[in-house]
Write a protein that binds this ligand. Structure first.
Ligand code: RTP
Ligand code: MG
Length: 167
């Protein structure tokens, strides 16, 4: 290989390395995230530690977390999609009655896998071993929230956390 070819070959190798590193970085940037709240019933009943243990054991990384309480306006806005449902008033009252833990979780396929981990909305219908089966009281007070889509995960995370609070 003459000098020019060797230089070109080196540039190709450097280029390949850069695109590999960039691809790894961009994969990291787009790793799936979901948003969760440990609801007031879970906090009242002393289940924060046990639920976080299950979340960690299932392979989710906590990238943001805070202990906070929703105002009525917060809860109305967060669950606005349900504003026409008969349980909306009860839901807002429940979600504001005490502190919650809000968190952003990271894992491949986070939204779907987290919904599987928490189980059906109604704990009576939730599979054995799911968080709602283990810790929820009933369909209304069901221990934990999980985003239902990537788009809502992003919206809900931004509802609770600024960019500098997510790691
Ligand atoms: P979430 O949004 O909290 O993760 O729950 P989900 O997707 O499993 O259920 P969704 O249909 O979005 O309902 C939101 C929350 O409203 C309360 N609910 N109460 N009394 C009732 O019949 C009833 N149905 C729903 C629950 O707290 C539910 O998680
Ligand atoms: Mg929902």
């Amino acid at each position: 290989m003459n000098c020019q070819k060797r230089r070109t070959g080196l540039l190709i190798i450097v280029g390949c390395l850069k695109s590999t590193i960039f691809a790894q970085n961009s994969k990291k940037m787009t790793t799936n995230r979901t948003f969760t709240m440990l609801k007031p019933d879970a906090v009242e009943n002393g289940h924060i530690g046990a639920i976080l243990d299950k979340i960690n054991a299932a392979g989710f990384k906590i990238v943001a977390m805070k202990y906070t309480q929703l105002s009525t306006r917060d809860a109305q806005a967060f669950y606005a999609v349900h504003s026409e449902r008969p349980f909306y008033g009860e839901l807002v009252e429940f979600m504001t009655r005490g502190p919650i833990v809000a968190a952003v979780l990271e894992k491949d396929n986070a939204v779907e896998d987290f919904r599987a981990l928490i189980g059906a909305t109604n704990p009576a219908e939730a599979a054995d071993g799911t968080i709602r089966k283990m810790f929820a009281t009933d369909v209304a007070e069901n221990a934990v929230h999980g985003s239902d889509s990537d788009a809502n995960a992003a919206i809900e995370s931004a509802f609770h956390f600024s960019g500098r609070e997510i790691f």
